[in-house]
Design a protein around this ligand. Structure first.
Ligand code: NAP
Length: 501
């Protein structure tokens, strides 16, 4: 059952003022509005919790993480029921995402137990070294302290309160303060209940997890500005991420802001693959582009190919496949309206031809498909910006050289995709060094929607795909964001951290 309150260091806290969620249908639920006082109480609780949690054993944290997964699953049906109403996402998708969220906690529990993330190093003392002796030096990674987390509207579970940022921070030993997303406060409410139960079951300091439900942007801004917050994990839009990043950089003591933002995820269709498999790639693209109403950060919004009969056939097949896709509910009215604005921006751009135009009502979207030339695309950088929703753009280039020029002109991306056959290898070799500089993940003969949670995943990329090109927000390597190396010189065994003995 929803309780409509913030969870602040173990206490359920209400507010005089409330806000309603915006369900697709059915009754509106009310939730407490957050304030900067709530932020302060949560940050102080997190700092208190860090004094024990930050020094807890890996085994104890692994037990806690597994308990969180169990508590989320125990509320599974309730989470799905409110999720369908709040987000319009289908039951199967929400169930899958819940499994992914719980799985992330278990993955980190295993990862903690293995201990490799500590990156322990030891340079033994060399007392007889000339001209100077060497001291005994050991190094390992330590947690940084309280972390603020902002989730995204489109992943209410796997990239929100119970998402990868929270799992990675808690695994590292960092308490978390979540600013709940206003698009799904009901889901966040149940997730906070799961955390509360896990904290009580494991006897952890209650400040280890707090959640402040929506308020105005000032609440989130107070959170990233709070002196006890040591880093921020953010998943969301470029505009929102950039605003909060700038605040972090302008603090008296700047802190890292790990923003996972948007991307157009270009696909390059190389000539042999286009000729041999253009139809099936077009059909697959239509599916990937419209999955979840196109509301994926890895949505492949741009397809680049060399002009000719094969490109025309590809455009015709993609148009046909996309015109068969029904309208789908978007996550919020704000996102639907931004999609509508973005599509108008593309449509009115010079040199852009509309291949498929559909009509959508206020919160429902149908796919749009546009085509332009490499030259027009290169002349208008706005054509390379994300439109969040089911919108595709075919960029027809003159030749392989212009394809590489388009690749070079890309902004930072979460993903870039090559569709290639053996005879495309030479062109692919020319593209690879360019794409490596542009994207966190390069894939071949597939579609980027669907991000595996594993050791080898990079979900990030050069700006504006993310604000830190050296980091990932998915997979076990994401823990690095919430750790810092400490070197211990000649420290007696009696006071060394247990993990270094
Ligand atoms: P959003 O509008 O940026 O919201 C994210 C969170 O930040 C929300 O809680 C929002 O508050 C808050 N926020 C936004 N601007 C703020 C500001 N100026 N000051 C303080 N707080 C602010 O993003 P979204 O609509 O949830 O998510 C969709 C976007 O996320 C898309 O662009 C998508 O590509 C991207 N995304 C990226 C990834 C990735 O891994 N890279 C994954 C999923 C989505 P409210 O709750 O009040 O709105």
């Amino acid at each position: 059952m929803l309780n409509g309150k913030h969870l602040i260091a173990g206490e359920w806290v209400g507010s005089d003022e409330t806000f309603g969620n915006a369900p697709i249908d059915g009754p509106v639920d009310q939730f407490a509005v957050g304030t900067s006082e709530h932020v302060d109480a949560a940050a102080r609780g997190a700092e208190q919790a860090f004094l024990t949690y930050g020094y807890s054993s890996r085994a104890d944290r692994a037990t806690f993480l597994r308990q969180i997964a169990t508590e989320i699953e125990a509320r599974g049906d309730e989470i799905t029921a409110i999720g369908i109403r709040e987000t319009g996402l289908p039951e199967m998708r929400l169930n899958g995402e819940r499994g992914r969220a719980a799985g992330q906690f278990r993955l980190f529990a295993d990862y903690l137990e293995a201990g490799d993330y500590l990156d322990r190093r030891h340079d033994k003392a060399l007392p007889d070294r000339e001209p100077l002796p060497r001291p005994d030096l050991r190094l390992m990674q330590r947690p940084i302290g309280p972390v603020a987390v902002f989730g995204a509207s489109n992943f209410p579970l796997a990239f929100s309160a119970a998402g990868g940022d929270t799992a990675a921070a808690l695994a590292a030993g960092c308490p978390v303060v979540v600013r709940g997303h206003t698009a799904h406060p009901g889901i966040s409410d149940l997730i906070a209940q799961a955390f509360h139960a896990a904290i009580e079951e494991c006897g952890i300091h209650p400040g280890v997890f707090s959640q402040i439900q929506g308020g105005d942007y000032a609440v989130g801004q107070a959170l990233v500005n709070h002196p006890l917050i040591r880093a921020v994990g953010f998943t969301g839009s470029l505009a929102g991420g950039r605003a909060l990043y700038d605040i972090c950089a302008a603090r008296d003591e700047p802190i890292p802001f790990y923003g996972e933002l948007g991307s157009v995820n270009p696909m390059f269709l190389l000539p042999e693959a286009l000729s041999a498999r253009g139809d099936s790639i077009a059909a697959g693209w239509a599916g990937s582009l419209t999955m979840g109403a196109g509301q994926f950060c890895t949505n492949p919004g741009i397809a680049v190919m060399i002009g000719g009969a094969e490109a025309e056939a590809f455009a015709a097949t993609a148009t046909g496949a996309l015109s068969d896709v029904n309208t789908q509910a978007m996550l919020t009215e704000g996102i639907a309206s931004a999609f509508s604005d973005g599509k108008e921006r593309i449509k009115s751009s010079s040199g852009v031809r509309e291949l498929l135009s559909t009509s959508c009502d206020s919160r429902h979207a149908a796919p749009y498909l546009y085509q332009t030339t490499g030259k027009e695309w290169l002349a208008n950088s706005a054509l390379g910006e994300e439109v969040f929703g089911p919108l595709g753009m075919i960029v027809v280039v003159d030749d392989a050289g212009e394809m590489i020029t388009v690749a070079n002109a890309l902004q930072g991306q979460l993903t870039c995709t090559l569709h290639l056959d053996d005879a495309d290898t030479e062109l692919a070799r020319g593209l690879m060094p360019v794409l490596e500089r542009k994207a966190g993940r390069i894939l071949a003969n597939g579609f980027p929607t669907g991000v595996e949670v594993c050791d080898s995943m990079v979900h990030g990329g050069p700006y504006p795909a993310s604000t830190n090109f050296g980091a990932t927000s998915v997979g076990t390597m994401s823990i690095r964001r919430f750790l810092r190396p400490v070197s211990y010189q000649n420290i007696p065994a009696a006071i060394l951290p247990a993990d270094l003995l």
